[in-house]
Design a protein around this ligand. Structure first.
Ligand code: HEM
Length: 201
């Protein structure tokens, strides 16, 4: 399962490299920097959502195998988000950060994206087995930062859309379901009697 997740998460990167170098007839289209931003942003977003799906799938199927690829998926999500940022800084800003203040006023959704990326940094930095052992229970608490990060990502996505909000709305709905499921589980665990009563009815 882990190997499959690794290979699957690598596919978008291979596509990107092939399109950038015109391999196998692929191309980035008429606006390469926009396409690079779009593709890396969407890939990071999709992988974050896939990562959030692991725990509900484990609970619903009772199969712990769903959890195993979660860290690799999360790391790839961070990698694509970082690439998205680097592409923005290099191709849109030309690595000139002196205009950043004006850029933020023009496109404030960038601040929200940056906050999301910053929240993912400690998660990526503590994704090794060693850090997991060292942090113990605190590891799990720290990794809950992924929830505010995903909320910020939806906000970032929604804010930069010009007209049709269908796509960010779909991602927001999926996120609400994924986070709602977790909230419901936490409530049921805290009050098992209530959940038994509900199940019995
Ligand atoms: C976890 C971090 C982030 C994720 C998952 C993310 C995701 C996305 C997504 C899904 C889009 C829309 C793509 C499209 O449909 O065209 C987008 C657009 C964009 N993002 Fe991010 N983003 C993140 C962080 C950042 C950061 C840190 C920056 C820059 C500092 C940034 C700058 C942009 C820009 C400039 C656009 C394009 C807006 C346009 O088309 O005018 N993002 N991002």
């Amino acid at each position: 399962m882990k190997r499959l997740a690794f290979c699957g998460a690598l596919v978008p990167l291979l596509w990107l490299i092939a399109a950038a170098f015109g391999i196998a007839g692929l191309s980035l289209g008429p606006n390469p920097s926009r396409e690079l931003l779009h593709f890396t942003g969407k890939t990071a977003l999709n992988l974050l959502w896939i990562g959030l799906l692991a725990s509900p799938l484990r609970i619903l199927t009772g199969d712990p195998a769903w959890i195993r690829p979660r860290r690799i998926v999360g790391l790839f999500a961070f990698g694509y988000a970082l690439l998205h940022f680097v592409i923005y800084a290099a191709l849109e800003l030309g690595l000139d950060f002196s205009d950043l203040a004006r850029e933020i006023v023009k496109r404030p959704f960038i601040v929200v994206g940056t906050l999301a990326l910053l929240l993912l940094v400690p998660l990526a930095a503590t994704s090794t087995d060693r850090m997991m052992r060292r942090l113990g229970r605190r590891w799990q608490s720290l990794h809950r930062l992924v929830y505010p990060a995903t909320v910020l990502v939806v906000w970032h996505f929604w804010w930069q859309v010009k007209k049709d909000v269908t796509e960010p709305l779909l991602y927001a709905t999926a996120l609400a379901l994924l986070l709602g499921f977790r909230w419901w589980r936490a409530q049921a665990r805290r009050d098992p009697h209530a959940s038994n009563t509900q199940r019995g009815t």
